[in-house]
Design a protein around this ligand. Structure first.
Ligand code: HEM
Ligand SMILES: *[C@@H]1O[C@H](CO)[C@@H](O)[C@H](O)[C@H]1NC(C)=O
Ligand SMILES: *[C@@H]1O[C@H](CO)[C@@H](O)[C@H](O)[C@H]1NC(C)=O
Ligand SMILES: *[C@@H]1O[C@H](CO)[C@@H](O)[C@H](O)[C@H]1NC(C)=O
Ligand SMILES: *[C@@H]1O[C@H](CO)[C@@H](O)[C@H](O)[C@H]1NC(C)=O
Ligand SMILES: *[C@@H]1O[C@H](CO)[C@@H](O)[C@H](O)[C@H]1NC(C)=O
Ligand SMILES: *[C@@H]1O[C@H](CO)[C@@H](O)[C@H](O)[C@H]1NC(C)=O
Ligand SMILES: *[C@@H]1O[C@H](CO)[C@@H](O)[C@H](O)[C@H]1NC(C)=O
Length: 319
């Protein structure tokens, strides 16, 4: 080979190797196109069926993805059941008696294992189910990159500390999201998820008895449902107006001091972040666009220790 050809050869070699390397770990919306062409349709049908049966399930599936991704990446670690010899994330403080949708994921996984055994990861199912839920309830759509692996481990202690509690102040929220590579704007847009779904009395008790930045009538009504002690599991709407429709009313509520969680109202309490809340409250297009962008970013959070995962056969346990 002439020196010039040698150089070309090495350039081509290097380029080809790097393409292969990124192709195997970069997420792609068409990842299952040849190995499981019906995968996306199966997930969508499973989500639609579950929401038709119970409208709240759309909210629960969206939250499941968030709680998966914030604990060592979007790797379905949250789906692993506790056993006598294994402590998982389901019973961590932010999840216990609160996170739901496991049976829906199981049903979808069972259908996928019939159609294409051992191919579609549980982590991808959760990411797709979150998107399909938002779309079903009237929100924006986006392309979900696919090709995640499922973890072989889980961390209850990381789940306890990485998922922000509803008592968080603004700076704690910003710190928590920034630790995941998410900006303040991402954080405000993603909080718009609270335009759907429900919260337990125990999650907003401090807000309705102790906060000063709350609408008096709103607080009074909530105190009747959620006493100072007892009724911990009584549910209330995160968006008092349209809890089963994905819209921008959540932000309107904040402008009226009608955020249900202390952490919600922190986004509109005299800080510079408040101007984003105002923007989203009067421009649902801007909210939808930023929400979709932020969901894509959140769904790319990677496990810290890289990719030595697997495609679980049963989402509740490692193979
Ligand atoms: C900004 C920090 C956040 C805090 C402090 C927070 C906290 C909470 C709390 C306490 C609940 C009620 C849980 C219960 O009482 O059982 C809840 C519900 C919910 N959260 Fe968040 N959340 C945050 C961000 C997010 C994000 C980023 C998403 C999604 C991308 C999300 C989606 C949801 C949904 C959809 C529900 C309703 C779930 C259902 O009805 O089953 N949240 N959140
Ligand atoms: C339908 O929703 C109810 C709760 O409202 C739940 O108990 C039941 O398991 C669900 N059924 C199916 C088939 O999803
Ligand atoms: C989870 O909730 C159940 C039922 O309320 C309770 O018995 C259990 O102690 C809780 N687990 C943890 C780790 O807090
Ligand atoms: C996590 O939270 C649960 C429930 O509050 C608690 O039982 C547990 O001790 C906490 N810490 C760890 C490391 O699991
Ligand atoms: C916000 O909360 C954090 C953690 O609880 C606390 O350390 C900090 O002092 C609080 N900041 C403000 C401004 O209240
Ligand atoms: C309200 O604040 C007081 C004083 O800080 C505290 O003792 C109490 O536990 C708080 N109540 C709730 C429901 O958080
Ligand atoms: C909200 O802002 C007001 C006025 O700046 C302040 O007094 C209050 O402590 C802040 N937070 C809450 C939860 O009321
Ligand atoms: C999944 O794991 C395989 C091998 O275990 C690896 O080649 C691939 O890069 C991993 N994918 C991701 C997205 O981490």
């Amino acid at each position: 080979m002439a020196p010039r050809d040698m150089l070309d050869f090495f350039v081509i070699l290097v380029v080809a190797t790097s393409v292969i390397a990124t192709a195997s770990c970069k997420l792609s919306p068409s990842y299952y196109q040849s190995t499981c062409p019906k995968a996306l349709a199966i997930v969508r049908a499973g989500v639609a069926k579950a929401i038709k049966n119970e409208t709240r399930m759309g909210a629960s599936l969206l939250r499941l993805h968030f709680h998966d991704c914030f604990v060592n990446g979007c790797d379905a670690s949250i789906l692993l059941d506790d056993t006598p010899s294994f402590v998982g994330e389901k019973t961590a403080a932010p999840n216990n008696n609160s996170v739901r949708g496991f049976e829906v994921i199981d049903a979808i996984k069972a259908r996928l294992e019939k159609a294409c055994p051992g191919v579609v990861s549980c982590a991808d199912i959760v990411a797709l189910a979150a998107r399909d839920s938002v779309v079903y309830l009237g929100g924006p759509s986006w392309n979900v990159g696919l090709g995640r692996n499922d973890s072989t481990t889980a961390s209850r202690s990381l789940a306890n500390t990485s998922i922000p509690p509803p008592t968080s102040n603004l700076s704690a929220l910003i710190t928590s999201f920034s630790a995941q590579g998410l900006s303040v704007k991402n954080m405000v847009a993603l909080s718009g998820s609270h335009t759907i779904g429900l919260a337990r009395c125990t999650s907003f008790r401090g807000r309705i008895y102790n906060d000063s930045n709350i609408d008096a009538t709103f607080a009074q009504k909530l105190r009747m449902k959620c006493p100072k002690s007892g009724n911990d599991n009584v549910l209330q709407r995160l968006d008092i107006q349209t809890p089963t429709h994905f819209d921008n009313f959540y932000f309107n509520n904040l402008l009226q001091k009608k955020g249900l969680l202390h952490s919600d109202q922190e986004l509109f309490n005299g800080s510079s972040v408040g101007s984003l809340v105002k923007t989203y409250a009067c421009d649902s297009g801007a909210f939808f666009k930023d929400f979709a962008k932020a969901m894509i970013k959140m769904s790319k959070i990677k496990p810290a220790k890289g990719s030595n995962g697997q495609i679980r056969k049963n989402c509740r346990k490692v193979n």
